[in-house]
Ligand binder design. Structure first.
Ligand code: PRX
Length: 668
């Protein structure tokens, strides 16, 4: 990994103090002052075993752990020897404690008829029955502990049911975002050797049907053509009633469920048994399956959800995270972290501006949402759509606002507070990653003074620091690498089937006292008040609308097109997405550049990876600027794509200067 020098340019001096709980209609703050946070954080770092033993004692365990933590860098084991089940702690436990009639999931569908959307509420008892049934369905088709089940669905309650049924059985799930293409499904299913896929006929998105089942059919065909097709069963949930083909592997979810018994005892799982796999992009072409295990992930996500969002059961709260369950945010903060806290989790099926740009705010009003968690890209879109939309709804129920996915620009932060948060709700800017499992740096709403754009302070148990390449802590305000120096319960346990990639990606950049430390891949700084500011990725990963994409992944896709000889992809600032994608493409001799080919390349990338990977800019070039050793000069391309007329980069190692002059001229 190259290590560019990191310079910090953002300066933001405004400080927003936490309001009193009554100012936002909350019954209390779980952590009510900075001093209280500091005491708790100090203890969690000095005595992580004592601290997390107390947190974990709040969960149900079939067998108590022998030791809280075993750490042999880079391998952490939490609650070693303990046995638990994440589904039990999300669902059954609430029923056993007498809360079976309380709402667990509140769901709203996208279509609206006569001004009224379809809604469903599943109580904990309903959820237990549905999950039990689907666990029986899976079992009757041979799924047992350890089998990876792929889930490729829209945001319907059956998605939560499928995930929890897997957890119940001990079959790790691999959820693939419904916006990914057939090729992306095929790659992930093959890597995980998954025998089962759970899907829907279609998913509603802005009034249109995304043909999920058809995408799965195509993926299966692709795998068949490759001679590697592990899938034996495809369960299909009927949602949109679009036409679908029905083949030998297909099983009707609804029919199977109608015959299944709701009784299925949760499987006691070792704390370190895999709970799920989630594929994410890295700096090489191939997405990696991030492995999360049971006990530590469960404890970390539920604890962070509780403190970050100030979740208080039976206080009338309704929590809504707008992410899709196909991303880590949906795993941790729609399902696993929320349900154990006994605050209903709202799932919304569709687009934020369907049928109008007021949809989200109508949802907040309709369900009296108290916690609202979204992404900076969405906030920027709300700003663009106009203040009248949030103003048209009653948002007075909101207590805490959250953001995740990328650094939030201070302007969007302040707009969010004013127009959604009535100028009073605290904003929790939560920094974390697929790999960290849950929040690692975040304000607590009743404790942390916030500066717009800063994710502020480390979560309990997280020993975050900004260091240089030698592991030396950087002085205040100096940019450096974001590292976490101690293990935390929700951390990844590996990259599925690729030990070396795990070590190379996360544990080989920085050592402190000879020991490898976790390197997040982000550049950051810490200010004199102890607040962290994330400055962006330092590897070849870009963050498009808060979704992580490897530039190599997009490049491989472009190069796979018959007209393309070579491609380089970089991030470029984008008003709504935060970062957009710019592709520099050189063609196979004889192929004609032009708008038609640009459209064809965009369509090609969209079908190979998914619409989120579609380049915003494509520039054709005779050659790519490379160093004498053959490395593409990405920083230079970034400047060109961003339209910086003066090329301020050091070009002394560039092989061919004329390439740069040509690229800068060739505007989109
Ligand atoms: O660069 C950071 C950015 O998103 C990356 C993680 O992406 P992913 O694994 O897809 O997870 C996104 C949801 C947790 C990080 O390495 N990132 C995430 N949250 C923030 C952020 N950057 C700045 N501030 C945040 N709050």
């Amino acid at each position: 990994m190259s290590q560019p020098s990191i310079e910090s340019t953002l300066h933001e001096d405004r400080v927003f103090q936490p309001p009193a709980p009554s100012d936002v209609g909350a019954s209390d703050w779980l952590v009510g002052s900075l001093a209280e946070y500091e005491t708790m954080h100090k203890r969690s770092i000095e005595d992580p075993e004592g601290f997390f033993a107390e947190v974990a004692a709040g969960f149900h365990w079939y067998k108590a752990w022998d030791s809280v933590l075993e750490w042999d860098a880079p391998d952490a084991k939490w609650f070693v020897g303990g046995q638990t089940n994440a589904c039990y702690n999300c669902v059954d436990r609430q029923v056993d404690d007498g809360f079976g009639d309380r709402p667990a999931i509140i769901w709203e569908g996208e279509p609206i008829e006569n001004g009224v959307p379809e809604t469903r509420t599943l109580t904990y008892a309903d959820l237990q029955a549905e999950v039990g049934k689907f666990a029986n369905v899976l079992k009757s088709h041979g799924v047992t502990k350890g089998d990876v089940v792929t889930i490729y669905m829209g945001m319907v309650p059956e998605l939560a049911v499928a995930m929890l049924a897997c957890a119940r059985i001990g079959a790790p799930h691999s959820v693939i975002f419904g916006g990914f293409s057939s090729q992306a499904i095929a790659d992930r299913v093959c890597d995980a050797k998954s025998k089962v896929i759970v899907t829907c006929d279609g998913a509603w998105r802005r009034g249109k049907v995304v043909p999920l089942k058809e995408n799965v059919d195509n993926a299966i065909k692709m795998m068949g053509d490759q001679g590697e097709q592990p899938v034996e069963h495809v369960f299909c949930v009927g949602r949109c009633h679009n036409d679908i083909a029905w083949g030998a592997l297909d099983r009707c979810y609804n029919e199977e469920m109608s015959k299944a018994s709701p009784e299925y005892a949760c499987e006691p799982m070792d704390s370190e048994d895999m709970l799920f796999l989630l594929y994410t992009s890295g700096s090489t072409g191939k997405p990696k399956g991030i492995v999360h295990t049971t006990g530590g992930y469960m404890v970390h996500t539920a604890m962070t959800a509780r403190y970050t969002f100030n979740l208080i059961p039976d206080s009338g709260q309704v929590y809504w995270c707008t992410a899709d369950c196909g991303w880590i945010t949906g795993h941790s903060y729609i399902i696993y972290g929320i349900l154990p806290n006994r605050v209903p989790t709202l799932m919304y099926e569709g687009g934020p501006d369907y049928p109008t740009a007021a949809r989200f705010w109508q949802i907040v009003e309709r369900h009296r949402v108290t916690q609202f968690y979204t992404a900076p890209t969405a906030i920027r879109a709300f700003m663009k759509w106009g203040d009248e939309h949030p103003a048209s709804a009653d948002l007075s129920s909101l207590q805490v606002l959250g953001t995740v996915g990328e650094p939030i620009n201070p302007e969007a932060w302040v707009w969010y507070r004013e127009h959604i948060g009535r100028g009073v709700c605290p904003i929790v800017d939560t920094y974390w990653q697929t790999e960290t499992g849950g929040h690692v740096i975040t304000p607590l709403p009743g404790a942390t003074p916030c500066k717009p754009g800063s994710c502020t302070r480390p979560m309990f148990g997280v020993d975050a620091a900004i260091v240089d390449a030698d592991g030396a802590e950087q002085p205040a305000d100096a940019g450096g690498l974001m590292v976490i120096r101690k293990p935390w319960p929700g951390m990844l346990r590996g990259v599925f089937g690729d030990r070396q990639r795990f070590i190379d990606t996360y544990w080989s950049t920085v050592r402190i006292d000879g020991e490898p430390v976790y390197t997040a891949g982000d550049g950051a700084r810490r200010d004199a008040d102890g607040n962290f500011w994330i400055m962006g990725r330092i590897d070849d990963v870009i963050n498009v609308s808060g979704h992580r994409l490897g530039t190599m992944e997009v490049e491989s896709s472009l190069v796979a097109h018959e007209a393309v000889n070579e491609a380089a992809v970089v991030g470029v600032p984008h008003e709504i997405k935060g970062t957009g994608i710019a592709a520099f493409v050189s063609l196979v001799p004889g192929k004609a550049a032009g708008d038609e080919l640009k459209d064809a390349l965009r369509a090609h990338v969209s079908s190979e990876i998914g619409p989120i990977a579609k380049p915003d800019q494509i520039r054709f070039t005779a050659a790519l600027p490379k160093t004498r050793s053959g490395k593409i000069m990405r920083r230079l391309l970034r400047s060109i794509a961003a339209g910086e007329t003066e090329i301020s980069q050091d070009m002394s190692t560039l092989e061919d200067f004329s390439v740069v002059a040509k690229l800068a001229e060739d505007k989109e």
